[in-house]
Design a protein around this ligand. Structure first.
Ligand code: NDP
Length: 434
């Protein structure tokens, strides 16, 4: 704690992992002897830089850019960039730390990292966003590369921003190095299903959790928070799997739509017009209501899929969800459930899928994008989706098996933390004291 003052989210993420891996340390004294825990908690490298840019009126702004290269024992650093006013070192470090174990769980050769800026893209024109991205990459380019560090998107960074970032990387390096960034558009090296992957993967993960309980999505009420990339494609796959997504949200409130969210309308407003959710309710007519300023977790549902941001489900929200009949929760977002809320879910016998496992489909498909870039190949949508489905089923099964092996049956949090940790720790041991 004293080494990283004021980084509350980072402390929370580390504590959650450390609480799970006690039994592993007992079985493997060699981890303690070579100080794996101390080493894994210390990023290999942290880069903080100035990002100056000019808005459409000629006013100059200065933002702060971050890239935390956390762990490269398994492969090049891999993790998204977040553009949101709340971004500071503690957020980037929590995300980078989580990413180490998540990437390990995918079984693919990727290390962990994360980055971003306190830039707020909301209300900015595309030209302003482009100028910001160009300035950001003018510094970041010297730290990344397909064998070094491979960024992707996160909150506030979608395909538009990835395009501007990649364009500037190409310009300043004079290299068409497709594998330097993932989440690219299909016309310049992007992969099928990457856009959908985190949401689809999370829905596949819940499908597996429900199957393990002897049930399915069929006809179940599902609430999804957020209405960005993860939320939209979570809702899409849940509906394809037979669930009814009755609510979604943004930072202004939530929409309740008992007949099921109209995804075409939601995509039109959120992705094309970049508008707000009250517009969705107004256009949907009497079917839907917009509830301003309230949390979507007051909606009764059988499956909850938080897909917005960290610490959005409090213990009180969790109690209300359990009372309303919730049987499964999966984190599409990173760390959206507070530690108190996780305890409420686990004590009530709710199947709880932590983000490291449930939202790993995004980064897994990014690794598949890197694979296609390296071999100058591109796979079909169907093939890529099947790969994603298999990866999610494998992560699900390994979480359960590991939890069983360590005497915590059904505990996906312990299973994910232990399985993810062991692979990285073993690689670190093999590589020596570096
Ligand atoms: P987007 O920017 O596409 O969407 C974010 C959504 O969450 C928006 O609806 C936004 O509402 C809402 N939101 C963000 N911050 C807050 C806040 N502080 N309070 C309330 N609502 C908020 O991001 P993504 O969908 O890509 O990411 C969502 C989550 O999923 C994040 O936790 C991210 O780390 C995680 N994730 C994303 C992956 C990806 O592939 N994109 C991969 C794995 C995890 P508004 O527009 O009003 O701000």
């Amino acid at each position: 704690l004293h080494r990283n003052p004021g980084e509350a989210e980072f402390h929370q993420a580390v504590l959650e992992v450390l609480e799970s891996i006690g039994p592993v340390l007992g079985k493997h004294p060699e981890y303690a002897e070579s100080k794996i825990i101390e080493r894994i908690c210390e990023p290999e490298r942290q880069i903080i830089f100035r990002v100056p840019w000019e808005d459409d009126r000629g006013e100059v702004h200065i933002n702060r850019g971050f890239r935390v290269e956390f762990n490269s024992a398994l492969g090049p650093y891999k993790g998204g960039l977040r553009f949101h006013p709340s971004v500071y070192l503690g957020i980037v470090k929590f995300l980078g730390f989580e990413q180490i174990f998540k990437n390990s769980l995918t079984g693919l050769p990727i290390g962990g990292g994360k980055g971003g800026s306190d830039f707020d893209p909301k209300g900015r024109s595309s030209r302003e966003v482009m100028r910001f991205c160009q300035s950001f990459m003018t510094e970041l380019y010297r730290h990344i590369g397909e064998h070094t560090d491979v960024p992707a998107g996160d909150i506030g960074v979608g395909q538009r921003e990835i395009g501007y970032l990649f364009g500037q990387y190409k310009r300043v390096t004079n290299r068409y190095e497709s594998g330097v960034i993932t989440g690219k558009g299909l016309s310049y090296g992007g992969a099928q299903v990457r856009t959908e992957a985190t949401g689809y993967g999370c829905a596949f993960f819940v499908d597996e959790m429900l199957r393990a309980r002897g049930t399915s999505f069929d006809g179940r009420r599902v609430a999804v928070s957020g209405s960005g990339n993860v939320a939209v494609y979570t809702a899409e796959k849940v509906q394809q799997l037979g669930g009814i997504v009755v609510a979604c949200s943004d930072s202004s409130g939530y929409v309740l739509d008992e007949k099921g969210i109209d995804l075409d309308l939601l995509k039109q407003i959120k992705q094309v017009e970049r508008g707000r959710l009250d517009v969705y309710a107004a256009r949907r007519g009497t079917e839907a209501v917009f509830v301003p300023g309230r949390s979507v977790w007051e909606v009764s549902c059988e499956v909850a899929m938080p897909s917005a941001t960290q610490n959005e489900i409090s213990a009180a929200d969790a109690e209300s969800l359990v009372r309303s009949g919730c049987i499964a929760v999966a984190e599409g977002a990173n760390m959206p459930t507070t530690p108190g809320a996780i305890r409420v879910f686990q004590d009530a016998g709710v199947s709880f899928g932590p983000g490291k496992a449930a939202n790993a489909g995004g980064v897994a498909t990014s690794a598949l994008e890197m694979q296609q870039n390296a071999s100058r190949d591109s796979w079909t949508f169907e093939f890529s989706e099947q790969r994603l489905r298999d990866i999610m089923a494998d992560i699900h099964d390994r979480c359960l098996l590991t939890a069983d092996e360590y005497g915590m049956p059904g505990n996906y949090v312990a299973g994910a933390n232990i399985d993810g940790f062991k692979r990285v720790a073993d690689a670190m041991l093999s590589l020596g004291l570096i």
